[in-house]
Design a binder for this molecule. Sequence first.
Ligand code: HEM
Length: 222
Amino acid sequence: MGAASVPRRFEWQLPAALIVLSVVPSAAGIARLAELARGATITAANARFFAMPLPAVLHLITVIPFCILGALQFAPSFRRRHRGWHRAAGRVLVACGLVAALTGLGMTLTYPWPAGDGVALYAERLVVGSAMLISILLAVNAIRRRDFVSHGAWMTRAYALGMGAGTQVLTHLPYFILVGTPTVPARAVMMGAGWVINVVVAEWVIRRRVSRVAGVAVPALS
Ligand code: HEM
């Protein structure tokens, strides 16, 4: 990222916003982990997690560091000043991202659908999980070739897809407040909207970054 063109006082705004976006899914993950650790009455809402806890536990212990470490990678001057940190955090991020995507796909394929899920959301999860996995593999391949621009672009895409979990809180909120429990199609639309919004923002961030490196001004996304 062209750190020189981002004023220092603004560079923490994006990481801070991403950490805020991670709060609800991380808290939900910690609550589910606590429930699995101490046991609970088996209900229709939690039976699948108790019947097959391993993918859920692996998912939840990797998504939280993925969200937090990923957010910190978006502070350009911090990254440039602490290259060792960026590399070490990047390795953890790649490992966590791969496990998060694989276990997300595994749960999609093996868990019974909870109330509110349907075929459209099932398909969305298969597409998003696969796209996240492929993006991380392409990012690793790019860094092996020392193609830093392509590496950054693919990690940004993978992070955006993973962070759909955060944006989906926002896409659901108005519906929950105004209407109540979503129908199966409404849930598929709101979940899909979370991923689509993140992909659009990621492409905008990548485009801005590439243009800054090339020294070309980019019009703001309207
Ligand atoms: C990296 C960011 C992600 C975060 C923060 C996150 C968060 C969570 C949380 C908190 C749960 C537990 C939900 C509960 O206890 O009811 C969960 C479950 C799940 N996640 Fe993720 N997730 C992420 C990425 C993904 C991806 C990329 C997929 C793609 C397939 C995915 C698929 C799933 C599935 C299928 C479940 C089980 C849903 C259920 O049966 O209720 N997740 N995730």
